[in-house]
Design a protein around this ligand. Structure first.
Ligand code: ZN
Length: 150
């Protein structure tokens, strides 16, 4: 049933404002990778209503990897829960690289989470894609991003 539901709702919805925040953060952080947390609800598909900027604690390889601070993540989760939301994914940027997950991204990915990746070329041109997987040994598959106005 879980897989069927995921299949039918192979998309993630974002409010326009939320979507813009992710893109802005990715441009600002260039040439480093930025990361953040997607909070929202899963009802008739995934919907992101809030984003949290997070610190990329990977200082050695901040140009091509990101790490989230677990205590920061916990704080974000508490705040999201207080607002009635769950953490439903993570976003991060790929400076001068395609918006496709790396092997490293896949190894550290959690099932059912959405991974929004923003490719930033030259600090300006962006491409945004979202990826998810259901089972532990499944590869990432792309999900459609639907940006809602309002
Ligand atoms: Zn990545």
């Amino acid at each position: 049933m879980q897989i069927l539901v995921t299949y039918f709702f192979n998309m993630i919805k974002l409010l326009e404002d939320t979507f813009n925040k992710i893109v802005e953060h990715s441009k600002e952080a260039y040439p480093h990778e930025c990361c953040g947390v997607l909070a929202g609800k899963i009802e008739e598909g995934k919907k992101v209503v809030r984003v949290y900027r997070a610190r990329n604690t990977n200082e050695e390889r901040s140009c091509d990897r990101y790490s989230l601070d677990p205590s920061e993540l916990l704080k974000i989760e508490k705040d999201a829960k207080a607002g009635g939301f769950d953490i439903i994914g993570i976003y991060h940027s790929h400076p001068d690289h395609p918006a496709r997950p790396s092997t490293f991204d896949r190894e550290r990915g959690w099932p059912e989470y959405s991974y929004i990746i923003v490719s930033v070329r030259g600090g300006r041109d962006t491409e945004v894609k979202s990826w998810t997987f259901a089972e532990k040994n499944e590869p990432f598959r792309e999900e459609d991003i639907v940006v809602e106005r309002g």
